[in-house]
Design a protein around this ligand. Structure first.
Ligand code: FAD
Length: 598
């Protein structure tokens, strides 16, 4: 068998996404003689303006986008027959090369739950805080003690601030009665408005993981070999010891086998990692048997428990101002030329921003809780009662239309938000041994009624905030529920439509409106693209797949270290957590390497 391997490395890392790049870089720096093979299915992105220019991030969601892949869910009853289409990064840098760059951190109790509730020593807030800090150079407001100042990933407010977003901050906080604080990303704040910083550097470029960690380390040291456009199908075993991987450079070429002398680490993301494990013989025995895959470890929860943050948003027409954001989305040539010039010279302007400048973390008060309803109170609320640092929802504004091209002239904004700890769960599993055949993905969006209630509330809150903003000129009806024309809830737009006073009565929705709203929610719900928990770091008896040392149960020399291991959800956009996880994994791996060689 040994002579069929084309190449031997000490460590093979599968997936050059966020966690994979951090691990490769830290191992390379700590052990210059270690031979690291980093394998990525997508392309290289070094100095690629399509990745580094923040303002064009929406291009990554267009079908066929070269840096993204799209997981297509099965048509779902809970989405009234629709299929979820969920993008993920597919290039060096993974999600960090295509994400929306909003800078967010979870709650202290999220990580303490990982440690205490799910029995993972070393993964509590106090363990991870130094790693969050180590990764970043933060140039925003707030308590410096929770932020880093000289890490490789810069965080700023970007190259422009949108007036419409500040207008929302002022109006929505006045309407809601929640305070505006300098910094909501201190792991403690759970019920306030704030400006929203971004993973954008002082030079106006995206702070993706490849340019922050990987490329600088590859320039300093030659012990990382990076293979791109190379898709790993499975991990190879001798007995239960991982000894290498099989990969393909195209569907028509034969596979190549590479050997790992010391360890294989899978960091292919929450929707790919479980599929790689299953093709390798790690998963539910009954499923693997049905596909003719030899079982290495019978772990029934591989691919189960998928969750994300569920998103609802709606679009509004606004009084035009001096923003050019819509022209960026439309790609208006003369505007783009001017903006590119400014960006190239100063690193500022619309191309140096994601147009998302403000956010609120929300814990409902008594009145709001009553509006969320009995189902929510009985099934979702108990989770929050015990931890005051956990927001229930995030609410936000985007200072433009949220979709690339294809909308009428004029200017827009969007309000909405996402559920921090939805109760809906899904799964992903392979259909065959073939790495080029898409897995069966059942995301389970809105499979829990409490999430439908939260979605309704998000829509109504966002709309009440929007219609009080001075620049509001009505709803953009194609992006709203189709309420009956004679209902008070019917969308308004056109001449003469303007804001209502701050203390105006709220829209009353009839039972018929509620039905229309629920249908719209089920058809339009999406996620924040923060998939996690499909190979959970929990005790094996509790459905776990990896141990706190990241070892896949029942195997040797195989670790998983991406967001698939989250034992429970985190109230944050997940880039910061994936980076901290990569840092933590690198520490663990280095300890293991030292222990083996001692
Ligand atoms: C569109 C979008 C917007 C987002 N916006 C934000 C945001 O604004 N703020 C924020 O904090 N977070 C955001 N996120 C989330 C964040 O980027 C991800 O949570 C994070 O990238 C996850 O890191 P990871 O290491 O687990 O996986 P990833 O970064 O996804 O890395 C996995 C890597 O493995 C590779 N891979 C997969 N399968 C194989 C295979 N078989 N062989 C070889 N390579 C493989 C992939 O190509 C990818 O590069 C967003 C994500 C997306 C997709």
């Amino acid at each position: 068998m040994a002579d069929t391997y084309s190449h031997t490395a000490d460590i093979i890392i599968v997936g050059a996404g966020v966690a994979g790049c951090v691990i490769a870089s830290r191992l390379s720096a700590a052990q210059p003689n270690l031979k690291i093979l980093l394998i990525e299915m997508g392309r290289d992105v070094r100095d690629d303006p399509a990745v580094r220019t923040p303002g064009i991030f929406m291009n990554n969601l267009v079908p066929g986008a070269p840096y993204s892949q799209f997981y297509v869910g099965e048509p779902s009853e809970t989405q009234l027959g629709n299929s979820a289409i969920i993008p993920a990064g597919a290039c060096v840098g993974g999600g960090s090369a295509i994400n929306w760059m909003v800078y967010t951190r979870g709650s202290m109790s999220d990580y303490d739950d990982w440690k205490n509730k799910y029995a993972n020593p070393g993964w509590g807030f106090d363990d991870l805080l130094p790693l969050f800090k180590k990764s970043e150079a933060y140039f925003g407001e707030g308590d410096a003690s929770t932020h880093g100042s000289d890490g490789p990933l810069q965080v700023t407010y970007g190259g422009i601030v949108y007036k419409i977003n500040l207008e929302w901050l002022e109006t929505a906080s006045a309407f809601d009665g929640r305070p505006v604080v300098p910094d909501a990303q201190n792991f403690k704040t759970s019920n306030a408005f704030a400006r929203w910083a971004k993973w954008i550097g002082k030079d106006g470029k995206r702070s993706d993981i490849a340019h922050g960690y990987l490329y600088p380390q590859m320039d300093r040291s030659s012990n990382i070999t990076l293979l791109t456009k190379t898709r790993v199908s499975r991990v190879l075993f001798e007995g239960n010891k991982a000894v290498g991987v099989e990969y393909f450079t195209s569907a028509s070429d034969p596979p190549t086998l590479v050997r790992a002398a010391k360890m294989v680490i899978v960091t292919a993301g929450a929707l790919s990692t479980p599929q790689i494990l299953e093709r390798s013989g790690i998963g539910a025995r009954v499923h693997l048997d049905s596909l003719g895959i030899s079982v290495v470890a019978d772990l029934p929860r591989v691919g189960e428990g998928y969750q994300d943050h569920l998103v609802l948003k709606a679009e509004y027409v606004r009084e035009p101002d001096d923003s050019w954001r819509e022209d960026v989305l439309r790609g208006t040539p003369e505007v783009m030329e001017r903006l590119r010039k400014e960006y190239a010279e100063y690193g500022t302007g619309e191309l140096a921003s994601n147009s998302i400048d403000a956010v609120a973390k929300v814990r409902p008060n008594e009145k709001e809780l009553a509006a969320l309803g009995e189902t929510f109170i009985n099934s979702a609320w108990p989770y929050f009662e015990r931890a005051e640092d956990k927001p229930v929802l995030w609410s936000a504004v985007v200072g433009s239309a949220m979709f690339p091209g294809g909308f009428p002239s004029g200017q827009y904004f969007a309000t909405g938000g996402w559920m921090c700890y939805p109760l809906s769960r899904g799964r992903i599993h392979v259909r065959s041994k073939d790495v080029f055949e898409a897995g069966k993905f059942e995301p389970g969006l809105l499979s829990h009624e409490a999430d439908v209630a939260a979605g309704k509330w998000l829509y109504k809150r966002g709309r009440e905030q929007a219609r009080r903003m001075p620049s509001y000129r009505g709803e953009y009806a194609p992006m709203h529920p189709d309420f009956s024309a004679d209902s008070e809830a019917a969308c308004k737009a056109g001449l003469g439509v303007g804001p209502v006073p701050l203390d105006a009565p709220e829209i009353v929705y009839t039972p018929e409106d509620e039905k229309v709203l629920e249908e719209w929610i089920r058809k339009t719900v999406t996620v924040s693209w923060h998939g996690l928990a499909t190979c959970a770091m929990r005790p094996r008896a509790d459905g776990g797949v990896v141990s706190p040392r990241l070892d896949v149960y029942g195997t040797k020399q195989l670790k998983v270290a991406d967001l698939s291991i989250c034992p429970s959800n985190v109230s944050a956009n997940m880039y910061s957590t994936a980076v901290a996880m990569g840092e933590k994994a690198a520490q663990i791996i280095l300890e293991d390497l030292v222990a083996v060689s001692a």
